[in-house]
Design a protein around this ligand. Structure first.
Ligand SMILES: [Zn+2]
Length: 386
C-alpha cells in the first residue's frame, strides 16, 4: 500500500493481533511463506524460531527435547486455529483478509479494510477466542474419551489447555487483545463514536497491563511464581500496556484528524490598495495579518505569501511597497473551504508548508497556511488507506 501524507500502517483497526503473549506487531510481512490455508496466505515470522530455541533450552535435556518440540508445535497449531477463526469471520463479513502471520508466541491476521460497523468489529474479534475455545473443548473431550494416559492423550490435554489459555487471555477486555476490540465495538455501538471506543478500550488495556504486572509481582513475592514465570508475565504486561497506549494515541490522532477543517484554519486576507508600504499595511492590518493587494474596484489580485512578508526588515518597511512582495492570485494553488479531515491533508500534499488560496465557489475567502495544520497535531504519517 503506497504511503501518502496522513497515512500509516499501524492502525489497530483492520487487524486482530492474537497472542498467547500479546505484543505490538508491525505489519511488515517478514517471514517464511507457508502457503495457503483455506485460501488465506500464511507466513511464519522468523521470531518464531526464537521461541523454538528458547523452549528447547528450557526443556534442557535430550529426553525432554521431543516434548519441547511438541509443546512449540502445539502452540503454533493453536495460534493458527485461532487466527483462522478471525480470518474466516472476516472473509464472511466482508472485511477481507490480507494474510495470517504466525510469530513469537502469537500471531496476527491482517484485514483488508476496517470494520464498517461495531457488530462486524465485535464478531471478527471474538471469532478468534471462539475458535480457541472450540478447539479446547474438542481436544478436552477427545482426551476424556481415550481410555489410557498415553502420548495421544497427553497431546490432546496439552492442546486443550493451551487453547483454553489462548481463548481466555485474548478475551480480556483491553486493547490490543481481542476482548479489547470487542469492548471497542461495544462502546462504539453505544456511543456511535468509533474513536471514543478505541480510546476507552486502549485505556482498559493499560489498566489490564498494570493489573497483570501487579498480580505477577504479588505471586512472585508470595513464592507462587518463579522468577522466569514472573519475568515472562512482565513482558506480556508490558506489551499489552504499550499496545493499549498506542491505541489511545491513534484514537486521539484520528479524532483530531476528523475535526480538521479548512474553513476553521482559513486566515482572512487584509486587502490594501496597490502602492501601500509594508509599514502602512502592518499599521492597518496588524502584525499577524495576511495581506492582499486590491485594485481600485476592491478586487483582490495578489496576496503576500507568509515567507515573503518575513523577509522585509522592520527598518525597510516604510520604503517597500506591498506589491513587491505579493504573488498573483492565479499563481496560488487553491483549496475548497469545505474540505475536512483526510481530504485536507490530501489537498496540501504537494506542498505541506506552502500557502493555499481558500475558495468557496468563485470567491476567495482567505489563505490556508499549510504550516497551520501542524498546530492541529493531526497524524501526518498515518491513516489507513483502505
Ligand atoms: Zn485473536
Amino acid at each position: 500500500m503506497p504511503k501518502r501524507l496522513g497515512e500509516g500502517s499501524d492502525n489497530p483497526d483492520g487487524r486482530t493481533i492474537t497472542r498467547v503473549v500479546e505484543h505490538e506487531a508491525d505489519s511488515r510481512r517478514a517471514g517464511i511463506p507457508l502457503g495457503r490455508l483455506l485460501g488465506f496466505p500464511v507466513h511464519l515470522s522468523l521470531s518464531w524460531l526464537v521461541l523454538a530455541v528458547l523452549v528447547t533450552i528450557l526443556y534442557g535435556e535430550p529426553g525432554a527435547y521431543a516434548w519441547g518440540a511438541v509443546f512449540v508445535l502445539g502452540l503454533l497449531v493453536s495460534v493458527l486455529l485461532h487466527e483462522l477463526g478471525h480470518a474466516v469471520a472476516s472473509r464472511r463479513l466482508g472485511t477481507g483478509v490480507k494474510g495470517i502471520t504466525l510469530e513469537f508466541l502469537g500471531g496476527y491476521t491482517e484485514m483488508e479494510r476496517d470494520a464498517p460497523r461495531p457488530r462486524v468489529e465485535a464478531a471478527v474479534s471474538l471469532a478468534g477466542p471462539g475458535a480457541s475455545l472450540l478447539v479446547a473443548l474438542v481436544a478436552g473431550a477427545g482426551a476424556a474419551a481415550l481410555p489410557d494416559d498415553g502420548t495421544v492423550t497427553r497431546l490432546l490435554v496439552h492442546l486443550a489447555v493451551s487453547n483454553a489459555i489462548i481463548a481466555v487471555f485474548n478475551a480480556l477486555p483491553g486493547l490490543p487483545l481481542d476482548g479489547g476490540r470487542a469492548l471497542h465495538a461495544l462502546v462504539w455501538a453505544v456511543t456511535g463514536d468509533r474513536h471514543r471506543g478505541q480510546r476507552i478500550a486502549g485505556v482498559a488495556g493499560i489498566v489490564l497491563a498494570v493489573v497483570v504486572a501487579g498480580a505477577a509481582a504479588w505471586l512472585l513475592v508470595a513464592d507462587h511464581l518463579s522468577l522466569v514465570g514472573a519475568g515472562f508475565t512482565f513482558v506480556v504486561a508490558g506489551s499489552i500496556g504499550l499496545g493499549g497506549g498506542t491505541a489511545v494515541r491513534l484514537a486521539a490522532q484520528d479524532a483530531r484528524l476528523r475535526r480538521l477543517a479548512v474553513d476553521r484554519l482559513t486566515r482572512p486576507i487584509f486587502g490594501v490598495p496597490s502602492g501601500t508600504s509594508v509599514a502602512e499595511a502592518h499599521r492597518r492590518g496588524g502584525e499577524g495579518a495576511v495581506f492582499g493587494v486590491v485594485d481600485p474596484d476592491g478586487r483582490l489580485w495578489a496576496v503576500v505569501p507568509e515567507a515573503e512578508d518575513a523577509t522585509v526588515p522592520v527598518d525597510r518597511r516604510e520604503s517597500v511597497e506591498i506589491d513587491a512582495l505579493a504573488r498573483l492570485v492565479g499563481d496560488y494553488p487553491s483549496v475548497d473551504s469545505h474540505l475536512t479531515g483526510d481530504d485536507v491533508l490530501k489537498a496540501v500534499e504537494a506542498d505541506p508548508v506552502g500557502d493555499y488560496l481558500v475558495t468557496a465557489g468563485e470567491d476567495v475567502v482567505g489563505i490556508l497556511r499549510a504550516s497551520d495544520i501542524e498546530g492541529e497535531r493531526v497524524p501526518l504519517t498515518r491513516r489507513s488507506g483502505t
